[in-house]
Design a protein around this ligand. Structure first.
Ligand code: HEC
Length: 175
């Protein structure tokens, strides 16, 4: 048996431990992230206000990739390189608690009056002008406006929706 093969064999059993370690570390990072956000004053949760006080103007389109660092936040694999389209359409979790929007908003459950067409946890393509429970995401009466102002929604997602509102609803008929 070659030397390298021997090394490979002897380390293979460590893989689960290494993965467990990485997993734990990433959970820790997320806990810090949540603390950081929840301890911020309401002024800080204003969109485009970086944590170091520098004001940055970031606007994103419905299908643009999100980068948390552009918003003065720590990088966050739940949203980075994903778009609002991906999150609202349930192609990804988006939320740090790992729940999809369609866990609570689907064809048989309309918490907060917001239903989507699919089953529980299903992915359904949602465009900004599609009407869901009578309202589109885009526009002054739309869901994005309501989401961005809702005190129970995650701060980071609220910033991203506000940024899209500030863009004039980029990637829609309204821009
Ligand atoms: C754990 C369940 C749960 C999940 C997951 C969830 N929501 Fe909600 N959502 C609620 C509840 C409960 C309400 C109503 C209470 C409130 O307005 O705070 C609500 C309200 C809303 C509203 C209406 C807000 C308003 O003020 O009119 C929208 C829009 C919405 N959710 C979108 C989303 C999107 C988008 C996601 C995914 C990023 C999501 N929700 C994930 C439970 C959930």
């Amino acid at each position: 048996m070659s030397f390298y093969r021997l090394i490979y064999r002897s380390t293979r059993s460590w893989f689960p431990i290494v993965f467990w370690f990485l997993f734990t570390v990433s959970c820790g990072a997320e806990a810090n992230f949540t603390n950081m956000r929840s301890s911020s004053k309401s002024g800080d949760s204003k969109p485009n206000k970086a944590l170091d006080g520098e004001t940055i103007r970031i606007t994103i389109g419905w299908r643009d990739s999100i980068r948390s660092q552009d918003f003065g936040l720590s990088s966050n694999p739940n949203v980075d390189d994903k778009s609002l389209f991906d999150i609202v359409s349930n192609n990804t979790f988006g939320r740090d608690d790992g729940q999809k929007c369609s866990t609570c908003h689907n064809s048989s459950m309309a918490l907060g009056g917001y239903a989507t067409d699919g089953d529980v946890d299903a992915a359904v393509n949602i465009e900004p002008d599609d009407k869901l429970s009578g309202k589109p995401w885009a526009g002054s009466q739309g869901w994005a406006q309501r989401f961005a102002k809702n005190k129970n929604k995650p701060d980071n997602l609220k910033m991203f929706f506000q940024s899209w509102i500030d863009s004039g609803y980029k990637d829609t008929d309204q821009d």
